[in-house]
Design a protein around this ligand. Structure first.
Ligand code: FE
Ligand code: FE
Ligand code: ZN
Length: 281
């Protein structure tokens, strides 16, 4: 089975979140380990994470993705905000050792006027300060739409960050279909071309997870507004081509579409029907 899932709230606890994923026909998930504004989730307890780990194992889950809080910006011109980013990531990674073998995805950040090169250097510096040589979590850089002063809209920018780190051989990339399209990569019309470019610049072996989102805006718009699958400029067929592409085999696919739990359940079922994994429902 293809690893399909969605972003779920972890506020009621991690085991409950795993049950909710199963309920939706998912076999992977994405979540925050703190609320998106950065405060520590109250429900966070190591034994709860251990129960989720067992549930995932018993139900043949693929790797899951913990998403960094949205407020995290490792390349802000404000030193305090950069320090906070390092602290949040290091705390999140420490907690994730209870769920070995999964992914921690973060937005490289916005350089807030410092320029791309300074931004890349500060992101690399933070990564080297928090990524431990023996940790069991792979940190993923997310491909971004390139809005504002966002770093990571071009594959070259992610490459630059990786090249500036000492821990680069242990970093991966999470491809977001809405973001790459908004950044100007024609994932709907020329998936093979986009993946060839990804391979040339980053190497397909770095691709560890995929965010499957439709986009409200045309390719190259630099907007970052997610749409439900089939209700945007990418379309269901193109998303299905992404999920079934041989280069994507075995990766976790996570929906971040503007939908409620029932809507996500239907979206997962629709995608499983489209890829021929369920024939009814
Ligand atoms: Fe993201
Ligand atoms: Fe995303
Ligand atoms: Zn986005």
């Amino acid at each position: 089975m293809t690893y399909l899932g969605t972003h779920l709230p972890s506020s009621a606890g991690f085991y409950k979140m795993g049950r909710a994923a199963l309920e939706m026909g998912a076999n992977t998930l994405q979540c925050f380990v703190r609320n998106p504004r950065g405060a520590r989730a109250k429900a966070l307890k190591p034994d709860d994470l251990e129960k989720l780990r067992v549930l995932m194992e018993e139900n043949q889950f693929g790797p899951i993705v913990v998403h960094s809080p949205y407020i995290m910006n490792p390349c802000s011109k404000d030193e305090g905000i950069r320090a906070l980013a390092a602290r949040m990531m290091s705390e999140d990674l420490a907690l994730m050792e209870y769920l070995p073998g999964n992914y921690y995805n973060f937005h490289p950040g916005s350089h807030t006027g410092q320029g791309l090169e300074t931004g890349c250097k500060q992101i690399a510096e933070m990564l080297d300060s928090v990524v431990k040589p023996d940790q069991k979590t792979t940190v993923l850089l997310e491909t971004m739409s390139g809005k504002g002063s966002e770093v990571g809209g071009r594959f070259e920018e992610l490459r630059r960050i990786i090249d500036l780190t000492a821990c680069g051989n242990r970093l991966g990339v999470c491809l977001d279909t809405c973001h790459v399209s908004d950044a100007g990569y024609d994932i709907a019309g020329n998936l093979d071309g986009v993946l060839e470019e990804f391979d040339k610049i980053l190497g397909l072996d770095r691709l560890k997870a995929v965010h499957i989102n439709d986009s409200m805006n045309p390719c190259g718009s630099h907007k970052d507004r997610h749409a439900k699958i089939g209700e945007g400029t990418i379309g269901t067929e193109a998303i299905v081509r992404v999920i079934t592409h041989p280069a994507m085999k075995g990766l976790p696919f996570l929906l971040e579409t503007p939908n409620d739990e029932a809507g996500h359940k239907e979206e997962i079922a629709m995608l499983r029907r489209e890829i021929g994994e369920i024939t009814n429902g």
